[in-house]
Ligand binder design. Structure first.
Ligand SMILES: *[C@@H]1O[C@H](CO)[C@@H](O)[C@H](O)[C@H]1NC(C)=O
Ligand SMILES: *[C@@H]1O[C@H](CO)[C@@H](O)[C@H](O)[C@H]1NC(C)=O
Ligand SMILES: *[C@@H]1O[C@H](CO)[C@@H](O)[C@H](O)[C@H]1NC(C)=O
Ligand SMILES: *[C@@H]1O[C@H](CO)[C@@H](O)[C@H](O)[C@H]1NC(C)=O
Ligand SMILES: *[C@@H]1O[C@H](CO)[C@@H](O)[C@H](O)[C@H]1NC(C)=O
Length: 463
């Protein structure tokens, strides 16, 4: 309480002296005020979405490059953001679009989020983001689709099954490769985000279904990450390494969404195991390091590309901070011991996010400047929306994630998902296709630091 009140004061101070660059005013102690701000930010987010207009493809943001800046996965991430928006605010405005988007891209009847249209940029992480949004819909009892459509739980299971089948013992002692089709650039890379999403999905399915097979997969994936050195003894989580090098050429870049995905998955394993001390230590360890690293001055920074003197983030990276907030908040729901550690951080950071928005709900990227920086996009809107709505996790009316035994209504199919392999791509692969979701392999190919200018010209980023 004290923390939030003092943040309001800070916000007010920041607003007062400069009416020319007006900021959105939001009282972070008031559910109604947060809801009103979130409504404006969501409306602005939807100015980027045209998937339900004639001739457009439901579910996707404009893209992939060069058709527009957004890869397929970011649509999946957006619908998860909107499931949380509904869950926290009760505003049903976007529910039918959300349901339509998630079911349209599901690739029925396999129900595995591997639609042929997007094979050329199909990473396990791209697929997995859609899967995590479906899992969230099951956990929050987002309205179930009609019976002739795929159901939330079966979609998450379809993603899990196809990914588990792709676990690759060839090199590195196991692990998921980044890309799915062997012809995609990045197939030789095994990375933290792909394996983190498998860990996250397995942990949540374990809790939802009380099926120990999923928990065993989460356990296995966690230990693989540690064994291969992608998670170090201080709980830094590094980007990945190449299979031909037995994953020893570790790219030390760290991204906030990867940390968020592990914190959420760890919360679920902590809960599933009824507070097992080993999982608690891991949860506390990753959370502590994440707060130190990604919130250096109290607000979230995308450290690898949000530099003091310039922003070098790709369109993908411009959206990561929102997932970090949302996933840390859901971890608090299943691991209440983390509330005193996580919530003050999310509150301070959300105040920064709000200070970067204009009164009409247009938001910038930097959260530590105390003003709108003019760098706009769907990712920035999702960041601010995620930061504000996540504060409502503490409201009494906010429901806890359900399980199949405690109010869950979503139908599953433990054997679903169909063929996990995609052997060939039916159209010529362009450089833009190859970049895929994380674009992270491109970065490691280019030699990490200092390579962003090359990337942003090469891949036609709009900024
Ligand atoms: C695949 O692309 C075709 C042609 O653009 C489009 O009509 C269809 O809706 C797309 N399907 C998906 C799942 O994106
Ligand atoms: C490859 O890496 C794995 C995991 O770190 C390790 O267990 C294995 O011994 C390594 N293999 C070789 C040939 O170095
Ligand atoms: C969920 O619970 C129902 C009974 O309420 C049961 O029939 C169903 O098999 C369960 N599903 C899973 C995935 O455990
Ligand atoms: C538990 O999950 C595994 C892995 O998907 C599946 O093979 C098995 O059938 C599930 N068991 C039950 C009882 O649903
Ligand atoms: C698991 O989550 C529930 C909320 O769904 C919570 O009530 C319970 O305390 C959690 N368990 C632990 C060990 O924190």
């Amino acid at each position: 309480m004290a923390v939030a009140r003092c943040l309001c004061a800070l916000l007010a101070l920041a607003v007062a002296p400069a009416p020319a660059t007006a900021q959105m005013t939001v009282d972070l102690t008031s559910r109604e005020s947060i809801k009103a701000a979130a409504k404006l930010i969501a409306a602005n987010l939807f100015t980027y979405y045209h998937g339900d207009e004639p001739g457009q493809t439901p579910g996707i943001l404009p893209g992939p490059p060069p058709a527009g800046p957004y890869y397929w996965w970011e649509g999946g991430a957006m619908w998860g953001t909107m499931v949380d928006y509904w869950h926290y605010t009760g505003d049903t405005t976007y529910n039918s679009k959300t349901e339509h988007a998630l079911t349209f891209q599901a690739n029925s009847p396999a129900n595995n989020f591997m639609p042929p249209n997007w094979t050329a940029s199909l990473g396990n992480d791209d697929q997995g983001f859609w899967g995590m949004s479906a899992m969230l819909a099951a956990e929050t009892t987002f309205p179930d689709p009609p019976p002739d459509k795929p159901q939330w739980l079966m979609l998450a299971q379809g993603v899990f099954n196809t990914q588990a089948a792709r676990w690759d013992m060839g090199e590195c002692g196991g692990g998921l490769r980044w890309q799915v089709p062997p012809t995609n650039n990045g197939y030789d890379y095994k990375n933290a985000i792909a394996n983190g999403i498998l860990f996250n999905t397995a942990a949540r399915l374990a809790r939802y279904t009380d099926n120990a097979t999923y928990a065993a997969w989460a356990d296995k994936t966690w230990h693989w990450m540690v064994n291969v050195g992608y998670i170090d003894h201080e709980f830094n989580i590094y980007d990945g390494g190449h299979a031909p090098k037995n994953c020893t050429d570790i790219d030390l870049a760290q991204f906030s969404y990867t940390a968020g995905i592990f914190i959420q998955g760890l919360g679920f394993m902590y809960n599933y195991t009824n507070g097992n001390p080993e999982w608690e230590a891991r949860l506390r360890g990753v959370t502590k390091r994440t707060i130190e690293f990604f919130f250096p001055d109290g607000v979230a920074h995308e450290r690898a590309c949000e530099l003091d003197d310039r922003i070098q983030c790709t369109t993908d990276m411009l959206s990561f901070k929102g997932y970090l907030h949302r996933f840390m908040a859901q971890s608090v729901q299943v691991a209440p011991i983390m509330r005193p550690v996580i919530m003050p951080v999310l509150k301070a950071s959300a105040a920064g996010a709000a200070s970067a928005c204009l009164p009409d709900g247009t938001c910038g990227f930097r959260w530590n400047a105390g003003r709108y920086d003019g760098l706009t996009g769907a990712g920035q809107q999702m960041n601010a929306l995620g930061a504000l709505t996540s504060l409502l996790v503490e409201e009494e009316v906010t429901k806890l994630p359900v399980t199949n035994a405690t109010g869950g209504t979503s139908l599953g199919n433990a054997a679903g998902g169909g063929d996990p392999s995609v052997e060939r791509v039916d159209k010529p692969i362009t450089a833009a296709d190859r970049a895929g979701a994380g674009i992270l392999t491109m970065m490691s190919l280019a030699g990490m630091t200092g390579s962003f200018a090359w990337m942003s010209t090469k891949f036609g980023e709009r900024r």
